[in-house]
Design a protein around this ligand. Structure first.
Ligand code: GLU
Length: 314
């Protein structure tokens, strides 16, 4: 049997400056792919047109290259937007949505967030209140939904409420009932594809074989695995969901920690080897903080040996 080439990906969202937490996840995703002798794809997740700001895409690409992480497929800073920028791929996402609609797996939904919150004093999942399925089976088309209610609908995925399972390299076997996630949005009422849809389509058509990302997205994997199956696309074979980085004071690191943005650190004269060393130390890739180039971590990298330490102050 031909050996399938490993393909990892880096998927920045250019809605803010990249921070140390992003750097650590990208470093790990890159090390995992390079250790396997695989390719790295750079994909810009800029579908949320209202949140993406001018200049942030090029800054993100520059920051990642500055860290010493390279990629085989994808844009570089200054390149015009193209096939690796999600904002240029809406027609493809729409075709995949239409496929789900024709399979009876997607339905129009006119519920507002407030409706969802109020319905059955909705329990919360990882992505806000769990949608109770109010509109499932109610309308045949978006037009019918809009004519009957005067509201522009979104499209939701009818998720099987039964058990979903996958293996994670870090968390082990993950099992979750679809009913605890609810039917999620595929296409927003403001005519933008959702992260779940765009991400599953792209990982599928780009032939991604392994995904490493923050563990805040672990339940997204359950949703996306359901989508690959319906799209008839081969899903990534390996998943690794890594803990989100903690700030030096133990808090979760957030985009508002502006002084921990890679841009701010670069402007202060911090060297990339220092950032890489701190990131590597904070997840157990090296035993003590020291300056080191990303390329020098590939040989000894072990996805199963990761630890979760607070980030030392740069
Ligand atoms: N674009 C997401 C982020 O920047 C990552 C999503 C993913 O890896 O699937 O957090």
């Amino acid at each position: 049997m031909p050996r399938i080439e490993t393909r990892g990906r880096l998927a920045p969202t250019p809605s803010g400056w990249l921070h140390l937490g992003n750097a650590r996840s990208f470093l790990l995703a890159w090390l995992w792919a390079r250790k396997a002798g695989g390719r790295v794809i750079m994909r810009v997740e800029d579908i949320d047109l209202g949140r993406v700001k001018e200049g942030l895409r090029d800054q993100a690409l520059e920051d990642i290259a500055w860290l010493g992480l390279d990629w085989d497929d994808g844009p570089h800073a200054g390149d015009p937007p193209g096939e690796f920028d999600q904002s240029m791929r809406f027609a493809l996402y729409r075709r995949q949505l239409d496929k789900l609609i024709s399979m009876g797996k997607a339905y129009p939904c006119v519920c507002s967030r407030k409706d969802v919150e109020e319905a059955s004093s909705a329990p919360h999942g990882d992505d806000g209140p769990i949608y109770p399925g109010t509109c499932r089976g109610k309308y045949r088309t978006a037009l019918e939904a809009e004519e009957k209610t005067g509201v522009k609908p979104c499209w939701r995925y009818a998720l099987n409420p039964g058990e979903h399972a996958f293996h994670d390299e870090i968390k082990g076997d993950v099992r979750v009932a679809g009913a605890t996630l609810g039917d999620f949005v595929l296409w927003r009422r403001d005519a933008l594809p959702s992260y779940q849809l765009a991400c599953a389509v792209d990982d599928g058509v780009m032939g991604v074989t392994q995904v490493l990302r923050g563990d805040d997205l672990i339940l997204s994997t359950v949703r996306q695995l359901a989508l690959y199956r319906d799209f008839g696309l081969t899903p990534p074979q390996k998943w690794a969901h890594v803990p989100l980085m903690k700030a030096p004071d133990g808090r979760r690191l957030a985009k508002r920690d502006g002084d921990l943005s890679l841009k701010a650190l670069r402007e202060k004269g911090v060297r990339p080897q220092r950032v890489v060393g701190l990131c590597a130390y904070s997840c157990g890739v090296i035993a003590a903080p020291r300056d080191i180039a990303a390329a020098n971590l590939v040989e000894t990298f072990d996805i199963h040996g990761l630890k979760d330490r607070p980030m030392p102050s740069p």
